[in-house]
Design a protein around this ligand. Structure first.
Ligand SMILES: [Zn+2]
Ligand SMILES: [Zn+2]
Ligand SMILES: [Zn+2]
Ligand SMILES: [Zn+2]
Length: 253
């Protein structure tokens, strides 16, 4: 989205409004609050966009407008005479007559076939090249514009969290609902698990180490974060945000 002065001014104002008398949505702390983007709207748009892009790739590759083919091997079935793509290494089964064919005993030739997998870079390039077509189709299908400025969605697309909880979120954790003190990736933190549950986990040996190590790792993170200088804190959060965006991107494509 291109930066517009009015947009950033509006954003600033909304930001102030969101933080005014705010408390962390998780732990209730009123200190060190930040606004975390959930990208709900963006993700909703993505889920409409994705199948549209997939169809468009098929169309463009089939029509030859996008040149993306792969070489395959074709064999001729000695039983029924049909030609098909070789699937196995040594033998293959004719789809037509179900005859099992030994590949080095039959006629083979190379052929090209449309390839709808463009690769990560190719996909990005495709989106760029056909952005107008994609936009028009998304709008036609959903009745919404893809380029609505983000600030409009600021209220429903964000949550206010304290630094600590924000940090946990970016590490795939949430506040333990029982003690509201420790963070965990599971329903409860290990300390809050009922004895019965702990015993079951002990019986499964490996799992317990996993939980404890993950909880410990998070504790180390928080300890480092809390004793860090303001500059280092910002840096740590930025690193986390980058990791988080990368993860989101990976999920997108
Ligand atoms: Zn919090
Ligand atoms: Zn965040
Ligand atoms: Zn056959
Ligand atoms: Zn707990």
């Amino acid at each position: 989205m291109p930066a517009k002065p009015w947009a950033s001014a509006a954003w600033k104002k909304q930001r102030e409004k969101l933080l005014e008398n705010a408390k962390c949505a998780w732990c209730g702390s009123a200190e060190n609050l930040i606004i975390h983007h959930t990208h709900k709207t963006r993700n909703a748009k993505k889920s409409i966009e994705r199948p549209i892009i997939k169809d468009l790739i098929r169309e463009k590759v089939d029509s030859g407008e996008v040149d993306n083919t792969k070489t395959i091997l074709i064999f001729r079935c000695p039983e029924c005479g049909s030609s098909q793509e070789v699937k196995g290494r040594v033998t293959t089964t004719c789809k037509n007559c179900r005859t099992k064919v030994i590949l080095n005993q039959v006629e083979k030739r190379e052929a090209t076939k449309p390839d709808y997998y463009l690769g990560r870079d190719g996909y990005k390039q495709f989106i760029k090249q056909y952005s107008l077509e994609i936009k028009a189709r998304v709008e036609a299908k959903s009745g919404m514009s893809v380029n609505e400025p983000d600030y409009i969605d600021l209220e429903c697309d964000t949550i206010v969290l304290c630094n600590r909880c924000h940090f946990a979120l970016h590490n795939g954790m949430h506040l333990c609902p029982a003690c509201k003190q420790r963070y965990t990736k599971y329903s409860l933190c290990y300390s809050c698990l009922p004895e019965e549950e702990k015993r079951k986990i002990h019986e499964r040996g490996l799992y317990i180490r996993e939980i404890e190590e993950e909880d410990l790792e998070a504790d180390r993170w928080f300890a480092e974060f809390e004793s860090a200088s303001p500059e280092r804190r910002e840096e740590m959060l930025r690193e986390e945000d980058e990791n988080y965006s990368k993860e989101i991107e990976m999920m997108d494509y």
